[in-house]
Design a protein around this ligand. Structure first.
Ligand code: NAD
Length: 243
């Protein structure tokens, strides 16, 4: 795979969880990382890392996206990691829930892609990695309607961008994790009431017998950034959940 030495990487939702682990993994691979998040306090823990620049960025705000990219770009790699889990069925879900999920999980990726892609095209080189999920067009999962609708749309966006620009040096792939340890996973487990039972149920649906680590997902993101012969693919990394 291609070297990431001196490559410039933009990451959204880098304050915690998979985004944070990915920022650190890219730095270890020799890249320069602009780590962004809406939560400045979470970002603060990254600001002392060599090779990391931190910026507050709310990906719901197009003007902020444009301003941060104008200030800190151009980029060789974009990792769209921001996303939110809405719990509920099609009957539980309100229009506003679906609109919010679509805004944060899909339209935010469109905003960042629009902001970074022109410079990538000018250079004839660039790679985009979008965070989807196994809960998408890959696998039906109860209680995840708005989430799965939007994560399926991420795969559609990924394939569209890949097909459009494949001959222009741009690659675009999606990562589809199963259940991964993160602060928001902890919140979801606590919200179930019986934490231990909820955790056991989440582990039970991973045939590999455990929850994934953010570092395992970060390794795939770094791999895809340098994997020069793959584009438009949705990569499951899910402990066998989709088997
Ligand atoms: P997390 O949910 O614990 O953290 C999410 C981060 O996003 C936080 O730092 C938060 O401040 C940030 N954020 C929220 N709104 C934002 C906004 N408007 N602008 C910028 N940043 C914002 O992290 P995670 O669980 O590692 O999830 C990261 C991504 O991975 C999400 O897209 C999620 O859907 C996806 N994913 C996670 C799992 C899992 O089990 N953890 C599984 C599959 C996919």
């Amino acid at each position: 795979s291609a070297s990431l030495q001196n490559k410039k990487v933009l990451i959204t939702a880098a304050g915690q969880g998979i985004g944070r682990a990915t920022a650190l993994a890219f730095v270890r691979a020799g890249a320069d990382v602009v780590a962004t998040d809406i939560n400045e306090q979470a970002l603060a823990s990254l600001s002392s890392e060599a090779g990391v620049t931190t910026r507050r960025l709310n990906v719901l705000d197009d003007a902020e996206v444009k301003a941060v990219v104008a200030e800190t770009g151009p980029f060789d790699v974009l990792f769209n990691c921001a996303g939110f889990v809405h719990a509920g069925s099609v009957l539980d879900m309100k229009d506003e829930d679906l609109d919010f999920a679509f805004d944060l999980n899909v339209k935010a990726m469109v905003r960042t892609i629009r902001a970074v892609l022109p410079a990538m095209l000018e250079k004839g080189d660039g790679t985009i990695i979008n965070m989807s999920s196994v809960a998408s067009s890959m696998k039906g999962v109860p209680n995840r309607c708005a989430y799965s609708v939007t994560k399926a749309a991420v795969i559609g966006l990924t394939k569209s961008v890949a097909a459009e620009y494949v001959a222009k040096g741009i690659r675009c792939n999606a990562i589809c994790p199963g259940t991964v340890e993160s602060p928001s996973l902890q919140d979801r487990l606590k919200a179930q009431g019986d934490y231990d039972a909820a955790r056991a149920a989440f582990i039970a649906r991973q045939p590999i017998g455990r929850i994934g680590t953010p570092e395992e997902i970060a390794d795939l993101a770094v791999y895809l950034a340098g994997a020069t012969y793959t584009t438009g693919q949705a990569y499951a990394i899910d402990g066998g959940w989709s088997l």
